[in-house]
Design a protein around this ligand. Structure first.
Ligand SMILES: Nc1ncnc2c1ncn2[C@@H]1O[C@H](COP(=O)(O)OP(=O)(O)OP(=O)(O)O)[C@@H](O)[C@H]1O
Ligand SMILES: [Mg+2]
Length: 404
């Protein structure tokens, strides 16, 4: 029996639907995909239901056509500045002198019993580490002898109404939203190597409307954040800076934009099409870079502050990984290395096998990760390929479902 997996990334710029299947042996094969431009979101949240439903339907239609499968339920990516990440911890007494799975359930319950306002829903409960008596840094406490079990966890919550609007859009498009997943966690599934999560890494997903951040250390999520800035702001800056319509500014950014003027030759000129009957004009490419650079610096400086908040900023041995469409901007890596002072690489959806070449791009990491997340759940991968917390994550999905 094969198991159909569908990931739906509803982004500020586009909707991407991927359909895959997983064999009982855990082999995931991509069956089809669909991408449709989307105008229904602003800064990662739905502001126009009709436009969003239309884009979801268009992406799903294409994914159904190319896969030959009928999509019933989907795992949906969620982002936006309404998302909050917080760390919490809990302590319980161990029953019977040896930690059992019930003790783990109880300690996670204790840790998640923080006051979460009624208008927020819990998206993820991610264990960081356990301590048994005085022994800290334990990942698999079951079977250990002790009297006291402590858990540290990271909780991700979303404003209920935003989640509901996104779910409503999926339902109107004819599919059931089985689960909402915070987008950068999905991107991380697709783009990061397990060693990077172990050694410490910050993944930064610079999309159209938002920049999402997730910091890993010792295999666990230490910090998550969403910044209300993305590639669309670069486009508006260009439109205002050289007085051209947004659609033209977007084309110029993609064709000639650069995140830092360091990577642009002084004498390089580019053609700007004339609007309103005016003649086309030539501008220095450096001018575009000079408009983009301060905004990118602002985004990275804000990201840097979030990374500092993780408490592990000094031990991110694997540096920073950039994904999202805006990471394609020439010079992004150079600028990021200057600001973060650590090695920076661009990430691609490498962990999902069979991605066609046109989807092997940094803007498709979220959709690919939504598929991988489903594949790693349950017994399919035994957790082994996806980190040692695999078994726990499969259980946690059940807890999260309770909340959803
Ligand atoms: N080659 C490129 N150079 C520079 N920017 C690019 C390039 N290709 C795409 N972009 C920009 O990337 C952004 C879209 O990225 P992406 O598809 O990751 O966003 P999204 O997932 O739709 O949005 P979000 O995650 O913010 O909700 C747009 O601002 C677009 O202009
Ligand atoms: Mg995105």
């Amino acid at each position: 029996m094969r198991n159909l997996l569908t990931g739906l990334d509803v982004g500020t710029s586009k909707v991407c639907a991927l359909v895959a299947d997983a064999s009982p042996e855990g082999e995931v094969a991509l069956l089809g995909s669909g991408v449709a431009p989307c105008t229904g979101l602003r800064k990662g949240v739905v502001v126009n239901i009709e436009a969003t439903v239309e884009a979801i339907r268009a992406a799903l239609d294409e994914a159904e056509k190319t896969s030959g499968a009928r999509v019933g339920s989907v795992v949906v990516g969620v982002a936006g500045p309404h998302i909050r990440g917080l760390n919490s911890h809990g302590i319980v007494a161990v029953r019977g002198g040896e930690v059992g799975s019930r003790d783990v359930d109880r300690v996670i319950d204790a840790a998640r019993a923080v006051a979460i306002p009624l208008d927020r829903q819990v998206l993820h409960i991610l264990p960081q580490q356990f301590a048994v008596d005085d022994q800290e840094g334990v990942r698999e406490p079951i079977g250990m002898a002790g009297v006291r079990l402590e858990a540290r966890i990271h909780i991700v919550t979303a404003a209920q109404s935003y989640g509901q609007n996104l779910s409503k859009c999926c339902e109107r498009a004819g599919v059931t939203p089985a689960e909402l997943m915070f987008e950068p966690l999905a991107s991380a599934e697709a783009a990061l190597f397990p060693e990077e999560r172990e050694l410490g890494v910050a993944l930064i997903d610079i999309g159209g409307g938002t920049t999402d951040i997730v910091v890993f250390h010792s295999g666990a999520v230490m910090h998550t954040a969403v910044l209300p800035l993305g590639g669309n702001h670069l486009t508006s800056d260009i439109a205002a800076g050289i007085r051209t319509p947004v659609t033209e500014a977007e084309k110029l950014k993609i064709a000639y934009g650069a995140a830092t003027s360091q990577v642009v030759r002084r004498d390089e000129m580019v053609q700007v099409p004339g609007v309103g009957g005016r003649e086309p004009k030539a501008i220095a490419r450096k001018l575009l870079a000079d408009i983009i650079e301060p905004r990118m610096e602002e985004i990275f400086a804000m990201a840097q502050r979030e990374i500092m908040r993780s408490g592990v900023a000094d031990s991110l041995a694997s540096g920073v990984v950039l994904v999202g469409g805006t990471s394609l901007l020439e010079g992004t890596q150079e600028l990021a290395e200057r600001i973060f002072g650590v090695p920076v690489r661009r990430g691609l959806p490498i962990n999902l096998k069979g991605m066609p070449e046109e989807l092997m791009k940094p803007m498709y990491t979220t959709a690919a990760g939504l598929i991988l997340h489903q594949a790693s759940r349950g017994s399919i991968h035994n957790g082994a390929r996806f980190g040692r917390l695999g078994w726990l994550r499969s259980r946690l999905s059940d807890w999260v479902r309770d909340f959803f």
